[in-house]
Ligand binder design. Structure first.
Ligand code: SF4
Length: 358
């Protein structure tokens, strides 16, 4: 069944302070939440679910703040109409996002009483120095405790990470990947850091203290992280911020790797990395000379074959054949053959007559 999100943004509500990179009002284009009355929420739910293709898994989502840390009367005001819709079978679920240090037993009991079944935690990094520099106000141990708490209360757990924060490096990103995989969340979102106007990060960028990732670097980080999590049976449901008019045309985005097609480019990069590491592992295990990659053509005459089922053609070959071009340009002495083969439902690479699942 298709998924239908009914989003409500509560920018910064419940946040004890503002993290260096965050300006939810600029990202969500919402400033006040006065309009979020029970009546408005009920009507919005009705409008969404009355759509023609209403055979969807409808979920009400409260994003943009620290939901479990907002005042109890406001939480109840927001949740009540969603809970009633859930009771009537009009929607199928309710989720919210919050901070790792705001998921005590009482808070989670309340969420459960109102039918919330999924909680997304803003984790951002599992390196304490990076968290401190981002003024998160919590540590990686708080994240570990929070995930345990959510499991104890039978919640579906989503974790959000932000590669490219001040102080991040391949080392800290790897550390985050390893620590998150140990926690085994149900899903992860990966948002490379953008520099949004009127944030502390914007000042740090202007003063030269902070240098954002390039689009290419962020695609490489995201591809690595996505493959890592998928290899650990953790779903990655998003890479890169969703495009909005404000990000596309407004004056909020000061710098950083914003790319509306990020998800697709990350997938292309994952396949490029898989093919290249298959190629490299083959050479490492079959040839003594590790430098052979650079003189491969002198040693090897058979072409390398990459086969893929039709439905994966664009992922494997890449957007506008970017992966095909990459291998042709990088390994000029090697012949690559790219072909569709629907006998397998997963891509394979054939080198020296050995078949490797990619
Ligand atoms: S990142 Fe999360 S906790 Fe920090 S200010 Fe933004 S919404 Fe609040």
């Amino acid at each position: 069944m298709k998924y239908g999100m009914i989003p409500f943004f509560i920018p910064h509500i419940g946040c004890p302070h503002v993290c260096t990179f965050c300006n939810q009002t600029r990202i969500t284009e919402r400033i006040s939440i006065d309009y979020l009355t029970s009546g408005y929420i009920a009507k919005t739910i009705e409008e969404y679910t009355a759509q023609k293709d209403k055979e969807k898994y409808w979920e009400v989502c409260f994003y943009g703040g620290s939901f479990s840390a907002i005042s109890i009367p406001l939480q109840e005001q927001l949740l009540q109409p969603a809970y009633e819709a859930l009771q009537r079978g009009v929607i199928d679920g309710i989720r919210c996002s919050t901070r790792p240090d705001a998921v005590g037993d009482d808070a989670l009991e309340r969420l459960k009483d109102y039918g919330v079944s999924t909680v997304e935690l803003g984790v951002q990094s599992m390196n304490d120095v990076v968290l401190h520099k981002a003024r998160r106000g919590h540590t990686s141990d708080d994240v570990r405790r929070a995930v345990k708490q959510l499991r104890k209360h039978s919640m579906t757990v989503g974790l959000q990470i932000l590669p490219g924060l001040l102080g991040d490096s391949w080392y800290t990103i790897l550390e985050t990947a390893i620590e998150i995989a140990k926690l085994q969340p149900d899903f992860v979102r990966i948002y490379p850091v953008l520099v949004i106007e009127h944030t502390e990060l914007a000042q740090q960028y202007r003063s030269g203290v902070y240098k954002p990732l390039s689009v290419q670097e962020s695609i490489a980080y995201c591809a690595f992280l996505k493959t890592w999590f998928e290899d650990h049976h953790i779903k990655v449901i998003r890479t890169g911020l969703q495009s909005t008019d404000e990000l596309d045309c407004g004056d909020s985005l000061l710098a950083g790797p914003y790319e509306p097609a990020m998800g697709e480019l990350v997938m292309n990069e994952q396949w490029r990395q898989r093919i290249e590491s298959c190629f490299q592992n083959h050479l490492d295990s079959w040839y003594d000379d590790k430098k052979i990659l650079h003189k491969y053509g002198n040693h090897y005459i058979q072409p390398i074959v990459i086969e893929y089922p039709r439905h994966m053609t664009s992922k494997v070959r890449g957007l506008k054949n970017c992966n095909v071009k990459y291998f042709d340009d990088r390994y000029k002495d090697v012949t690559f053959i790219w072909r569709e083969n629907n006998d397998n439902n997963w891509p394979i690479c054939i080198i020296d007559s050995i078949q490797y699942m990619l």
